[in-house]
Design a protein around this ligand. Structure first.
Ligand code: SAM
Length: 230
């Protein structure tokens, strides 16, 4: 079985335990049996081949082999602060940003935002990250940050991190400049940023970046920006 499973608790003495949905998926969906070979990761960058040792009611005990890979964190790290779109488009956004190696997704609270980042929504985003990691072979989890306003992001940003904002009509990012340093990139809501939000970003020296001649949906703009910067 080449399936990958996520360990919510770190391995200990060459053993690990799959719990909850991960254990149920192995046993009930994939009909896993004692002796089956699987691969597991814990989100820190390490992946292990493992053998099923015991199957319990809600957990599966595994014996781990030597680690297969220790992923080097994608550098420089990229944070995308995105005014979340609605419904399934959030799922798509998280899947693609995880695949592209984005380090952190922050739900951006804007004046014209349409989707609230409730605790339930954040939990769904985190589950989406896990699924995308399992499917894509990524061994580090993309962090889902707490929702932030533009003012909070400006206040909290480290001095060495540059900030960009996707803005229709702005000049495209210089290719040589694209992946130079750690960055926080902002994408606005379907209705666009309000004039006062853009004014605050301009006053803070945030660089406006264009993504071509067409108006992109929020998730398309976020993915296009990630593909240029990650
Ligand atoms: N009418 C809105 C406006 O003019 O900003 C359109 C908003 S668009 C659907 C949602 C967000 O995606 C925008 O706030 C912007 O951050 C980003 N975006 C969409 N198309 C873009 C483009 N061609 N270049 C740069 N950013 C874009």
């Amino acid at each position: 079985m080449s399936e990958r499973f996520f360990l919510s608790s770190p391995p200990h003495a060459g053993r690990a335990v799959l719990e909850g949905d991960e254990a149920r998926h192995l046993v009930r969906v994939l009909r896993g049996k004692v002796g089956d070979l699987v691969r597991v990761f814990d989100g820190s960058g390490v992946e292990w081949p493992a053998r099923v040792m015991a199957i319990g009611r809600d957990e599966v005990t595994l014996e781990l082999d030597e680690p297969l890979s220790v992923a080097v964190a994608a550098a420089p790290p990229l944070t995308l602060a995105v005014a979340l779109p609605k419904g399934d488009r959030q799922k798509w956004l998280v899947e693609k940003l995880t695949e592209l190696g984005v380090a952190r997704l922050v739900p951006l609270v804007t004046l014209r935002g349409v989707a609230e980042a409730t605790p339930g929504a954040l939990e769904r985003l985190r589950r989406g990250v896990l699924e995308a990691c399992k499917q894509s072979g990524r061994n580090t989890l993309m962090e889902i940050g707490e929702p932030r306003t533009i003012a909070e992001i400006l206040r909290e940003r480290p001095a060495t991190v540059r900030m960009l904002v996707a803005d229709p009509g702005a000049a495209p990012l210089d290719a040589a400049d694209a992946a130079a340093t750690a960055a926080i990139a902002l994408v606005g809501p379907e209705g666009g940023f309000a004039a006062e939000e853009l004014a605050a970003l301009d006053a803070a020296g945030v660089v406006r970046v264009g993504l071509g001649p067409h108006i992109l949906r929020v998730e398309t703009a976020a993915i296009a920006l990630a593909a240029r910067l990650a």
